[in-house]
Design a binder for this molecule. Structure first.
Ligand code: GLV
Length: 323
């Protein structure tokens, strides 16, 4: 009987799919990410054929060596920076992700952060709850109009394109973008303008939204120098991966008015925040929930389980990833 280990509870739909195939499925009983030692011990307990991992699991050479029978690490996430692709390749192990699961929802969450900042929703809410509202005031909590302004998108895969779609057709924004390859459909469908460098987008955008995978080349893509290139009226949004932004540099930029505000769903040292970030009034922070809807979590469970079934039934998994 084929054996699958799931590193933390996921929606039943995915688990049932694996059980219906006749696989033996073990799920970590902990309601938290396993430590590396715990994960290795769990994997050594049986000869597992597949592991369903979360983005909080680091799957490196040591983990792979502890489970030599594993044929696939099926990540329950769109991102896959937590798994060493080079090490997997050396061992002929598949790595998969869940690209269709929640990309549109991440775009919606990106927009929730943009609007929360531009309409000052969080500050307004706390103003009301703290009994500060004494009546209409023409000078109170001025926000920022988005129509006619420029939305700069760095990375135009499915999520970046969905953000552009909403920006163009929902909020009448002009779209500027950078990607390693030109995105013709973005240019045709949303009149998006391509810039050959990140810097050029940063210099002209009123809102910058990051949608790149975390790679060596994108770590600290937004650093102190690049923050200084942005206009002081610009909002930075990050729903990709925390280390794409140098968070310490971001805090300093926000404290000193280098940029106007930031909307973040991901953090450089999750779950910790850079010193001073949570005290800033010009940030909106959410706990890595951009794809966190019932529908998306269900889809991700089905997709990751299906990838495992593909691999264990001798088919190339539908969402195999590679650089
Ligand atoms: C969430 O961050 C994901 O990669 O799905």
């Amino acid at each position: 009987m084929k054996k699958v280990f799931i590193t933390r509870k996921i929606p039943e739909t995915g688990i049932n799919l694996l059980k219906e195939k006749g696989y033996e499925v073990d799920i970590s009983p902990e309601d938290r990410p396993l430590t590396k030692g715990e994960l290795i011990n769990a994997l050594k307990a049986k000869q597992y054929d597949a592991v369903l991992t979360l983005l909080t699991d680091t799957i490196d050479a040591e983990v792979m060596d502890s489970a030599p029978t594993v044929k696939i690490y099926a990540n329950y996430a769109i991102g896959f920076n937590n798994i060493s692709l080079d090490e997997a390749k050396k061992r002929n192990i598949y790595v998969t992700n869940t690209p269709g699961g929640g990309a549109d929802r991440v775009a919606e969450h990106t927009w929730a952060l943009i609007l929360a900042l531009s309409c000052r929703i969080v500050e307004g809410d706390s103003y009301m709850r703290n009994g500060k509202y004494k009546g209409w005031d023409p000078m109170l909590l001025h926000g920022t109009k988005l129509a006619g302004k420029t939305l700069g998108i760095i990375g135009t895969g499915k999520i970046g394109a969905d953000v552009a779609h909403r920006g163009k057709h929902g909020f009448d924004m002009n779209i500027a973008y950078y990607d390693v390859v030109r995105n013709e459909s973005l240019e045709k469908d949303f009149q998006a303008v391509f810039y050959p460098t990140v810097d050029e987008v940063l210099k002209i955008a009123d809102v910058v939204s990051l949608h790149v995978p975390l790679l060596d080349s994108t770590r600290h893509l937004i650093n102190s120098d690049r923050l200084k290139m942005m206009k002081s009226s610009t909002y930075l949004i990050n729903t990709s991966r925390g280390p794409v932004v140098d968070e310490k540099a971001l805090v300093s930029a926000l404290q000193n008015g280098v940029i106007k505000g930031a909307g973040l769903d991901v953090y450089e040292f999750e779950p910790d925040l850079a010193k001073g970030l949570a005290e800033l009034p010009n940030v909106v922070l959410t706990p890595h929930i951009a794809s966190g809807t019932e529908e998306a979590r269900h889809d991700m469970a089905i997709i990751s389980a299906s990838n495992i079934i593909d691999a264990l039934e001798g088919v190339t998994p539908r969402n195999q990833v590679s650089y």
